[in-house]
Design a protein around this ligand. Sequence first.
Ligand SMILES: CC(C)(COP(=O)(O)OP(=O)(O)OC[C@H]1O[C@@H](n2cnc3c(N)ncnc32)[C@H](O)[C@@H]1OP(=O)(O)O)[C@@H](O)C(=O)NCCC(=O)NCCS
Length: 199
Amino acid sequence: MNEIIIIGTGGSYKMICETHQEFLKHKKIISIEYQNLNSLKNYNPQIPVILAIGANRNVEYRKKSLHFLNKIGFSLQSVISPKSIISNKTKIGKGCIIMPGAIINTNSILNNNVFINTGVIVEHDCVIGESSFLATGCTLSGNVKIGNNSFIGAGSVIIGNVIIGDNVTIGAGSVVIKDLKDNTIAYGNPAHKNIKLTQ
Ligand SMILES: CC(C)(COP(=O)(O)OP(=O)(O)OC[C@H]1O[C@@H](n2cnc3c(N)ncnc32)[C@H](O)[C@@H]1OP(=O)(O)O)[C@@H](O)C(=O)NCCC(=O)NCCS
């Protein structure tokens, strides 16, 4: 039986085990808590890894885990819910998680380690940077670009052609109608009116 390592034991782990049970049913799961990441060194780096760590306001844990995994030679496995709808012109990097009800339209690009949570809509020609996290039910209209390590809060809407930088946090339920620079937190409607720097 093929082994697979799953990192994280919280809500995202439970969701992934349930929603991707078809994919996981013939695998021997090795479950590791984020706090015990170092114990990965005891395993063969040929074993694929799923990063089942969510995010609640930033992607710090997902980003750190990815860097550690890369350093010690493990590769991330993508898991895509059969209950999502994904254009066959979408490019999906390594270690992406796509949850049920997500819709990803034509010509979009998900870089490595992107997490697309339940019911997210990504319209045509969007680009989502490494380790960015799209929380439940958010909507990216067409041609939206999101940098690396950014967090888009639950139920947010980003209108077309907007560019979001790296390390940005967008609060739950926000409406984003203008570009947001790197290292900012923005929330509300319109989000650019409530903005602060993180560093
Ligand atoms: C944006 C966010 C990160 C800000 O957190 P924070 O820096 O700790 O902010 P605070 O809770 O101290 O709130 C600061 C102010 O912003 C307001 N605020 C915070 N989040 C807001 C939001 N999403 N929309 C509108 N206003 C918001 C607060 O009401 C408060 O206003 P006040 O100063 O007038 O009282 C957080 O509120 C948020 O929305 N996180 C996203 C959660 C989410 O989507 N989780 C999904 C998991 S799948």
